[in-house]
Design a protein. Sequence first.
Length: 192
Amino acid sequence: MTAVAIKMYTQEEYLELERAAEYKSEYYRGEIFAMSGASRYHNRITENLSIEIGTFLKGKSCQSFSRDMRVHIPENTLYTYPDLLIVCGKPEFQDNEFDTLLNPSVIIEVLSPSTEGYDQGKKFHLYRSLRTLAEYVLIDSQEARAEVYRKGSDGIWALASEASDIEGSIEIGHIGLMLEMSDIYAQTEDLK
């Protein structure tokens, strides 16, 4: 048996390829990983979050970006596309292309069966290298379940808010927003 060599890329090569690509890919430590498409529920939940959060932030000093805003974490080389993110204050970008954000305050991931373990584990670990990140929100796309993790003043992350049914709510404390689960999961009535 012979091992297959994995092609390694520099961050500059990744960005050049990514900016010309018709599909999105993540980058980590020299490897490029194609991102798969999202399900109907994943997309509906992301749109619902975008509407609720975007409306709440209108006229405030924070703004939200949806899944096409790339985030880079220089400390560990990750380039990724969160489902939704919030930046408070002036956005900081990697370069003059203004397509790679460096300072998100809140990151929201909608969990899919294929990404759930990664989003809850390794990706959360990598996100914690972002000095500006204050909260990490996980929304399940298969059932009404959500968790908000918050970084304390001591730098320790802890579960700050959770809901596990459609009657509940979660709080994104960094921006002072209480989100009703019924709004997050609107138009997903046949979700189990």
